[in-house]
Design a protein around this ligand. Structure first.
Ligand code: SF4
Length: 409
């Protein structure tokens, strides 16, 4: 065979392989309507109308998050949990809690609301980002049809007394095949939780389920905690805000390059979400997972801290959290403690008043300090609160009266 013909044959083979890969990706991403019908019969209780959609040529556009996915009939969005079915957007995960726990609020981590309280915490499958080091990838990367039919949920926290008279809690559980907003509120109260947290995966993509639950929780005297990457469009976020009490935003890094390479998404929409929270005066805490070699340079920390200080305010609690190897980054090392300390020092130097280190118990970055006198107001170790001087005073330093932002009563 001549050199020219050989080169042409190789070229053809490469093009054919490329086309086959593209077709496989298309089929995986846009399953035909029959696939939907097989997986989700009309009486599937988890399939409900989805909000924030606009008609588009031969399909619909989902406008819940910055991807604004265009979905032809039968196609599924990047989040895996929203689909065009019959020309309408449907959520596939209403009432489909895939993980439910009663957690200490410090585990979210949220430090400026009800220290030491319990939070009824739940996740449905799906996420609109694809972070390479996701710490909850078993949930976030799950397709709804892969989630177990039944899930064990905390149903009651019974108060018991040890032989020496000390009280302790005994957590009871039940197995359920769906968890409605009314169930969540009932179980949250029975487990002595003071709030419901939408967490672990990405709550933005189970918006309708979260929205209905948050409304009902408020009506029943519970607070709501959203733990999110902030990858949500301004309009859906604004409609949710009246029902949120504290929002924890995972600010994954501070460059577009990092966001695109590590999360698949963009930084700018996350900044917009944070500004929307600030504009609406929602108590907001930010956390940055520090990954060695990826987002741990001094300029990264400087840029992030300066932006938070300028745009969200010096009183915004900011956490630098320790990374553990996970998902696609099993080879990356855990974050050195010295790096977390450096990040914290940079943020404090930039004028932030409440800077914490996370996933590093006993390293000295867990306490809430009075920005005026420097004394410890809430002392913590891991998820345990050792001392709380703020709840009795309603959020004021008992020594100098400084007001500490948060929800304390
Ligand atoms: S929520 Fe985002 S990722 Fe999911 S379908 Fe809508 S626009 Fe796409």
């Amino acid at each position: 065979m001549s050199r020219g013909r050989a080169a042409a044959a190789v070229g053809l083979a490469v093009i054919s392989a490329g086309l086959a890969a593209a077709a496989a990706a298309l089929i995986a991403f846009y399953p035909p309507p029959s696939t939907f019908a097989a997986l989700y019969p009309p009486d599937n209780e988890h399939v409900r109308p989805g909000r924030f959609a606009a008609p588009a040529c031969n399909g619909v556009q989902c406008r819940l998050c910055p991807w604004n996915c265009f979905l032809p009939e039968g196609a599924r969005g990047r989040c895996k949990v929203r689909i065009n079915h019959g020309g309408k957007i449907k959520t596939l995960v209403y009432s489909q809690a895939a993980a439910v726990h009663v957690d200490p609020i410090e585990k979210k981590p949220v430090y400026h609301m009800y220290p030491g309280s319990l939070v009824y915490s739940l996740a449905a499958p799906g996420c609109n980002l694809s972070c390479k080091g996701c710490q909850n990838w078993e949930l976030s990367q799950l397709y709804p049809e892969q989630a177990p039919e039944r899930v064990r949920v905390p149903s009651e926290l019974a108060l018991k007394f040890a032989p020496d008279g000390r009280p302790y809690g005994e957590l009871r559980t039940e197995e359920v095949s769906g968890l409605s907003p009314a169930d969540i509120v009932r179980y949250a109260k029975a487990t002595r939780s003071r709030a419901v947290a939408y967490t672990y995966s990405e709550p933005a993509v189970f918006y309708e389920y979260m929205y209905d639950t948050a409304r009902l929780a408020h009506e029943n005297g519970l607070k709501n905690v959203l733990v999110s990457a902030g990858y949500i469009n301004p309009k859906p976020l604004a409609e949710l805000l009246p029902y949120l009490d504290v929002v924890k935003i995972d600010l994954k890094g501070f460059s577009e390059e990092f966001y695109r390479g590590y999360t698949g998404g963009r930084l700018e929409p996350v900044k917009l979400a944070l500004l929307e929270l600030k504009k609406n005066r929602v108590l907001t805490e930010a956390v940055n997972l520090v990954i060695p070699g990826l987002n741990d340079s001094e300029p990264d920390f400087e840029a992030l801290a300066a932006w938070v200080r300028t745009n969200l305010g010096a009183e915004t609690p900011l956490f630098f959290s320790r990374f553990s190897p996970n998902y696609l980054l099993t080879e990356a090392p855990p974050t050195p403690l010295a790096t977390l300390e450096k990040a914290r020092a940079i943020a404090l130097k930039n004028g932030l008043k409440f800077v914490y280190t996370g996933n590093a118990p006993g390293q000295g970055g867990e306490d809430t300090l009075c920005p005026k006198c420097g004394r410890a107001l809430v002392r913590r170790h891991g998820y345990a609160v050792l001392e709380d001087r703020l709840t009795p005073t309603g959020g004021r330093c008992p020594w100098d009266g400084a007001r500490i932002p948060g929800i304390w009563k």
